[in-house]
Design a protein. Structure first.
Length: 94
């Protein structure tokens, strides 16, 4: 079983179905992906290089924007992605 779940052709991140070790080589859709760092199970890995301010696609939907450039194989999480979906705790007062 492939340890990376990619649902949609637009996805530039995949879900790790198990813990990945730094340097681990993974086969995904006719290419080899190398994990740049340890990535916990069910967290995201960059499937391509993602430039700063670019959309992050998961399940074919934009889930956020890159707050820095993200290299292929890097861990994608709150340290390098900003949500574009509304948060109730961030609403401006009128």
């Amino acid at each position: 079983m492939n340890p990376i779940l990619k649902i949609h052709e637009k996805d530039n991140v995949g879900t790790c179905l198990r813990h990945l070790q730094s340097g681990e080589m993974l086969d995904l859709e006719n290419c080899t992906l190398v994990a740049k760092e340890e990535i916990p199970q069910y967290h995201k890995i960059a499937l391509t290089d993602i430039p700063i301010h670019s959309p992050i696609f998961k399940y074919g939907q934009v889930i956020g924007l890159a707050t820095q450039g993200i290299s292929q194989g890097a861990y994608v999480h709150v340290h390098n992605i900003e949500s574009t979906r509304g948060r109730g705790d961030q609403k401006e007062e009128c």
